[in-house]
Design a protein around this ligand. Structure first.
Ligand code: PFF
Length: 487
């Protein structure tokens, strides 16, 4: 079967940035920044993005391009007799589960567009908005209907293929997203009292910054850049050798970060200008912002623009999540693209039903103390994603070999890759250790250890420190011997 490729450099960038820019940027980044001390957190986040995000993104791009295969096939091609392809299985399963609930939030966004356009949203009294939102998501039929619409649009694009679907629509949607962001940003910062919001976002408050914030920054870097679940790997497999992966990874990262910051500049000045609370958490865009739009002249118009913006961001991401699963099925099981897309989309809809209902009639059901939706979010964001990330780093750094990855990154020497040494250290030592720490903290393992014995977390941290030294030792040893280079 001939594999599809991205047709143009701009299309490739739009698709990869479209995947990265999503609910993570516009919905999650602003509120976790608010929670962790504003600019202080942004600073840490930027360091994490550069030090860990970019190298891991390069690794995924290289894996995909080298093997010209999907997330499972890539590992099989490089190490056919080993079980490393299970890394791909974890990645594809993670993408599937994330998509099953991510599409639900995207569905809420679409339903908000329909309510903003008709002026219904801005007619609700601010004090009633919380109940209004609760009323929408706790229904049975409406959220399922919107989930169906999201999956339908996503499937429509993915069926058309990489060049005529993913690339074509990303190239149209991403510029619209930027225009909307700029319009909304200008609106927000020109409101009376907007400066307080900018201060909140950009004035560092180091007292709010804890070690947990640093881990949250690493975790969010993965989430936001779409790493650890085979998306970037799959997109890498559609990239030609003549593309410079380093500049591509940097551009995607810069665009992703820019959109996150711009989203903050849209949201906080407006929230402060109307005297509302910036720390509503996940309800920020669905409850706080509609109150802002209600008070604003032409509020229904700006509300519509805002929710269209989020819908675009979300849908270019659902496209990439679906593409990972579809690419894997078409290639591993030899199913045609149309059949695979339809089957997987139907499966996603069915799997999404319990999550949807967990906001309504099934809200009483809990898995390990969380609702079905919250549990899936926790399982994927805090367990599977870091797990997949570590496996990718270990595979690329130690099994395939950082030198081989670097060779692919430089397109076999076509482009210079001056940062090779730093790259190699990050994928082999720094990234696996940092992600391992997130894993231990976010899964609650560390706090459980503390309950067993107050000294245990320190012992574990000591062991991690030792492991880091051992990894660094072997890293420098192989670095100097040049042993792992493939023929
Ligand atoms: N990177 C996108 C976002 O930030 O929303 C899409 C996405 C990728 C979401 C990976 C979630 C995820 F785990």
């Amino acid at each position: 079967m001939k594999r599809d490729n991205f047709g143009t450099r701009l299309g490739l960038l739009a698709a990869a940035a479209g995947s990265a820019v999503g609910l993570g940027n516009i919905w999650k980044f602003p509120y976790i920044t608010g929670k962790n001390g504003g600019a202080a957190f942004i600073l840490v986040y930027l360091i994490c993005i550069v030090a860990i995000g970019v190298p891991v993104m390069l690794s995924e791009f290289a894996l995909g391009r080298k093997t010209q295969a999907n997330a499972v096939g890539a590992f099989k091609k490089l190490k056919p007799k080993k079980s490393w392809h299970l890394t791909g299985v974890v990645a594809v399963s993670t993408a599937f589960i994330i998509l099953s609930y991510y599409a639900i939030i995207a569905g809420w966004v679409l339903s908000y567009i329909s309510k903003a356009v008709t002026g219904k949203l801005t007619s609700v009294a601010p004090s009633a908005l919380g109940d209004y939102f609760g009323g929408i998501i706790s229904q049975t039929i409406q959220p399922l209907f919107w989930n169906f619409v999201v999956l339908g649009i996503t499937a429509f694009v993915v069926v058309a293929g990489v060049k005529d679907g993913v690339e074509k629509y990303s190239k149209i949607l991403m510029p619209i997203l930027f225009v909307l962001l700029i319009v909304l940003m200008v609106r927000s910062v020109t409101l009376d009292g907007a400066s307080k919001g900018l201060e909140f976002l950009f004035k560092p408050d180091f007292s709010q910054l804890t070690p947990a914030s640093v881990l949250e920054a690493v975790g969010h870097a993965f989430y936001s850049l779409s790493l650890g679940m085979g998306i970037i790997l799959t997109y890498g497999s559609y990239i030609k050798k003549e593309e410079n992966l380093v500049s591509l990874a940097l551009q995607v990262t810069i665009l992703d970060t820019l959109v996150a910051l711009m989203a903050g500049i849209v949201i906080f000045p407006a929230v402060f200008a109307y005297g509302l609370e910036p720390n509503a958490g996940p309800a920020l865009i669905f409850v706080t912002l509609p109150a802002v739009f209600k008070s604003m002249p032409f509020g229904a118009f700006f509300a519509t623009l805002f929710f269209v913006l989020i819908a675009i961001a979300a849908i270019t991401s659902t496209i990439s999540l679906l593409e990972v699963v579809v690419a894997c099925f078409t290639e591993q099981f030899n199913v045609n693209r149309k059949k695979a897309t339809i089957l997987i989309s139907v499966a996603l809809f069915v799997v999404g039903i319990p999550s949807t209902l967990s906001f309504g009639v099934w809200s009483g059901i809990s898995i390990f103390g969380r609702s079905i939706f919250d549990y899936l979010d926790f399982l994927t964001s805090n367990i599977l994603l870091p797990f997949g990330g570590i496996l990718v780093c270990i595979f690329v750094g130690w099994v395939w070999g950082a030198k081989n990855a670097a060779k692919e990154i430089s397109s076999d020497g076509l482009f210079s890759f001056k940062q090779e040494k730093a790259y190699s250290f990050v994928v082999k030592v720094l990234a696996p250790v940092a992600i391992g720490m997130i894993f231990l903290y976010f899964t609650g393992i560390m706090s459980k250890l503390k309950n067993v014995g107050p000294m245990l977390p320190n012992i574990v941290l000591g062991a991690i420190g030792l492991l880091t030294l051992v990894l660094a030792f072997f890293h420098f040893k192989t670095e100097n011997s040049g042993a792992s280079e493939e023929a």
